[in-house]
Design a protein around this ligand. Structure first.
Ligand SMILES: [Zn+2]
Ligand SMILES: [Zn+2]
Length: 74
């Protein structure tokens, strides 16, 4: 089990799904777009969810626009 990368105390249960940027990987003749996510490992307390199995870490959640309805997973 991995520790949460924010509080470093509890066990991480999710990985942050916040998209950071898109990269294009060149593989033979095709370019595949690939979204890189924050991927920070987070525990329940340090994550926010939209109720749709998408989890953001607290740090990314700060960057979200106000009015966006995120709730704590706890
Ligand atoms: Zn935590
Ligand atoms: Zn994040």
């Amino acid at each position: 089990m991995e520790a949460c990368q924010i509080c470093r105390k509890r066990i991480a249960e999710y990985a942050c799904d916040m998209p950071k940027f898109r990269i294009f990987t060149r593989y033979r003749e095709t370019c595949t777009p690939h979204t890189v996510t924050c991927d920070r490992h987070i525990c329940k307390r340090c994550s926010l969810t939209n109720g749709n199995d998408v989890h953001f870490c607290k740090i990314c959640a700060k960057d979200l626009k106000e009015g966006f309805k995120w709730k704590s997973t706890e």
